[in-house]
Design a protein around this ligand. Structure first.
Ligand SMILES: Nc1ncnc2c1ncn2[C@@H]1O[C@H](COP(=O)(O)OP(=O)(O)OP(=O)(O)O)[C@@H](O)[C@H]1O
Length: 257
């Protein structure tokens, strides 16, 4: 399928995805999930549910044992991998997995330079991505001199520089202090793309994602409005999901609107 033929298709279509690791451990058992363009969705679930494993399929780092994945109508398959990797930007929990050059600017330039961009086009791409994450002045800084919050935003910039259609974040708020958490939320809220976020931070899911799914034991067991899912105590308890003490999702929604 050509890129043009994918116009109007959902951002992500997953059908019957099953996967076992090489040691034989079956982790995903027939996952179906459709994400519309521009949608923001949180993937919730207990430790070991298969959330990261599912995310790693979206840009072909892991290959499905059974089932299909399509990004903007394009099948995630070896033949399409360069375009799939451009369309789907993955931000790992540990920013140091994505920052390995002497300066932040070189890290952000790495992906687009691999696409063949040079000169003003490349520096424009880097400046645009750094601006989007609030790090416009950081191009010459060494990544290891940045705070965790700044490094995580720099990691987001390395992905945004590829102008992806789908941004996938694994535990974006993990270990951030309240200010870093808020600054990252502001960045993510300002982005005009499809966003899929794996998180144990339920208030963050509520703040950023109108829709959530719960993945447990390799299956999607609930799919709906984040506020509705988080307010369903029996559902939450049965999947080891706990809200912070005193946090009321209905009140949080009312206060933010
Ligand atoms: N490379 C691997 N080889 C074998 N098993 C693996 C591998 N990576 C993960 N697993 C197993 O797959 C299962 C799902 O792991 P995964 O990291 O996808 O879960 P998760 O929902 O993201 O968990 P968490 O919330 O703890 O990050 C776990 O039981 C894990 O031990």
């Amino acid at each position: 399928m050509t890129a043009a033929a994918g116009v109007g298709r959902p951002a992500v279509e997953i059908e019957g995805l099953a996967f076992a690791y090489p040691d034989g451990r079956q982790v995903l058992f027939g996952v179906d999930l459709t994400v519309a363009r521009g949608e923001r969705i949180a993937v919730l679930g207990p430790n070991g549910a298969g959330k990261t494993t599912l995310m790693l399929h979206l840009n072909g780092i892991l290959a499905a044992g059974a089932g299909t994945l399509r990004i903007g109508g394009m099948t995630v398959a070896k033949a399409n991998m360069p375009e799939i990797r451009r369309r789907v930007g993955l931000v790992f929990q540990d920013p140091d997995d994505q920052l390995f050059m002497p300066t932040v600017g070189q890290d952000v330039a790495f992906g687009p330079a691999n696409l063949g961009l040079r000169g003003a086009e490349l520096s424009g791409r880097v400046a645009e991505a750094l601006r989007a994450v609030g790090l416009a002045e950081y191009a010459e800084r060494a990544p290891h001199h940045l705070s965790l919050g700044e490094r995580r935003r720099a990691a987001v910039a390395t992905v945004l520089a590829m102008r992806p259609e789908v941004l996938v974040l694994d535990e974006p708020s993990a270990n951030l202090d309240p200010a870093g958490r808020r600054e990252l939320a502001e960045v993510l809220q300002g982005l005009d793309l499809t966003l899929i976020m794996v998180t144990h931070d339920l208030p963050y899911a509520l703040q950023l994602c109108p829709r959530s799914v719960i993945l447990d034991q390799g299956m999607i067991v609930a799919d709906g409005a984040t506020a509705t899912l988080l307010s369903d105590e029996p559902l939450m308890m049965s999947h080891r999901l706990e809200l912070p003490f005193g946090f009321n999702p209905r009140h949080a929604i009312a206060e933010s609107s």
